[in-house]
Ligand binder design. Structure first.
Ligand SMILES: Cc1cc2nc3c(=O)[nH]c(=O)nc-3n(C[C@H](O)[C@H](O)[C@H](O)COP(=O)(O)OP(=O)(O)OC[C@H]3O[C@@H](n4cnc5c(N)ncnc54)[C@H](O)[C@@H]3O)c2cc1C
Length: 381
């Protein structure tokens, strides 16, 4: 079928990943969730398919790819397993892309080949116990010494923290300078003085690791500072702008699966002598879900396409994330409702989606922060 928004390459990529997801991810996603274990087998297969190479310079082992491709890959993976999707999206958009965008030749040559093979996993350590939305309030200290920096402080909620061999760390050389004092570093893990502690008890995306990182006099050499001095805030905000496209795509994938299982269940469950799909109340839910998912997908595609055409895309990315995350939460809610009591119990997929969806409204900028960004852009012109 022709899709006016996707070209032949996009469609082929989508079909290849969808086949993989149907075959390998959907049958295992509940197990990953229940075991709360990092899905090494799924990540290895995604690496074998070359998806960690997408959009990274060929010189460093990457293959041609656009932000649209990354969005398609993330959506399709999330349709099968939202945990695997956040592992993929964090690795790609918050670590590989950070180094590709701001690394020098030596840094790219050293780190990108390992990241594109996923022989090591990547992470971004930004959030701290006292600084989440308010990034400029970061307190983790980077003290300059002769040959590098000494890092002290702590980060929390870091996706892939447990598995990551390459961590992008954002720290301040002087917390009094706010956003102007931020620097970004590439840290290889494990590292002397770095303690990684998994944070248990997540509502959803339970197969992904989320960790606390404590830095006790961790040394990072000068050559591992990323980009220009004092530009850590600016660079990180740019990385997060593009990262939001992938969280929007993850949200669309979650919502899409909620719709698919709802259609299937409605056509097999009988009540009052009829399939529940014959009740208009259920049909209305399906129609609303399908319409909202398509709108969320188009916003996501639009922000990806704008960034691929080197056009301003930041506001559209915020709109896509704001709307798609809301659609994910609402679609998962309706999927549970359509399933009735069975949808409330694990390992029903609706139950998992309901838990997995919520975080899309929180990470990489909460919905409140997206509204602030959108309004700021509306009022600035
Ligand atoms: C599962 C998970 C994985 C994560 N992965 C990573 C990761 O890999 N790397 C990383 O660095 N971080 C990660 N995070 C952190 C995430 O990005 C933050 O949790 C998020 O940015 C919100 O920050 P906070 O939790 O400190 O909440 P706060 O900033 O304390 O916000 C609390 C509430 O106040 C609201 N609020 C804050 N400021 C304003 C304002 N100005 N106006 C209106 N409302 C406001 C927020 O929207 C929210 O509702 C992850 C979080 C989770 C839950």
């Amino acid at each position: 079928m022709i899709d006016p928004h996707l070209n032949e390459n996009d469609l082929l990529l989508r079909k290849t990943i969808r086949d993989f997801v149907d075959r390998e991810l959907i049958p295992n996603a509940s197990k990953y969730d229940l075991n709360e274990k990092f899905p090494h087998d799924a990540i290895n297969k995604i690496a074998e398919m070359g998806l960690f190479r997408l959009g990274i310079d060929e010189t460093f082992g990457g293959v041609e790819g656009t932000n649209m491709h990354l969005a398609i890959a993330t959506e399709e993976i999330a349709r099968g397993c939202a945990s695997t999707a956040v592992i993929y999206a964090s690795h790609m958009s918050l670590c590989s892309k950070y180094i590709e965008l701001y690394g020098d030749l030596k840094q790219k040559s050293l780190y990108l080949p390992r990241l594109v093979e996923a022989s090591t996993i990547g992470a971004l350590a930004l959030t701290e116990p006292d600084a989440g939305s308010d990034v400029a309030s970061i307190k983790t200290l980077a003290t300059k010494v002769d040959e590098g920096f000494i890092i002290n402080g702590s980060k929390h909620f870091i996706t892939n923290g447990q598995e990551a061999g390459i961590v992008i760390v954002v720290a301040s050389t002087d917390p009094g300078l706010g956003s102007k004092g931020l620097e970004t570093f590439i840290l290889e893990a494990p590292s002397e003085g770095l303690t990684v502690t998994p944070q248990q008890g997540k509502l959803g995306i339970r197969a992904s690791s989320t960790c606390e990182l404590n830095f006790n006099n961790v040394f990072i050499p000068n050559e591992n500072r990323l980009g220009k001095a004092s530009k850590g805030f600016h660079m990180t905000m740019q990385v997060l702008d593009a990262g939001r496209i992938l969280i929007a795509a993850q949200s669309v994938g979650i919502a899409q699966m909620a719709l698919e299982i709802s259609i299937q269940y409605a056509q097999q469950r009988k009540a009052f002598g009829n399939y529940i799909s014959e009740f208009q109340a259920i049909q209305n839910k399906l129609a609303d879900m399908a319409t909202e998912i398509q709108a969320a997908r188009l916003l996501t595609y639009r922000s990806a396409a704008l960034s691929d055409y080197n056009q301003p895309f930041e506001t559209e990315a915020s709109m896509a994330k704001l709307y798609a995350s809301k659609v994910a939460v609402e679609s998962a809610n309706q999927a549970v409702q359509i399933h009735g009591g069975i949808g409330y119990f694990a390992p029903n997929i609706a139950e998992r989606l309901y838990r997995d969806a919520k975080v899309t409204e929180i990470y990489e900028g909460t919905s409140e922060i997206q509204r602030i960004l959108i309004a700021r852009s509306l009022l600035s012109g």
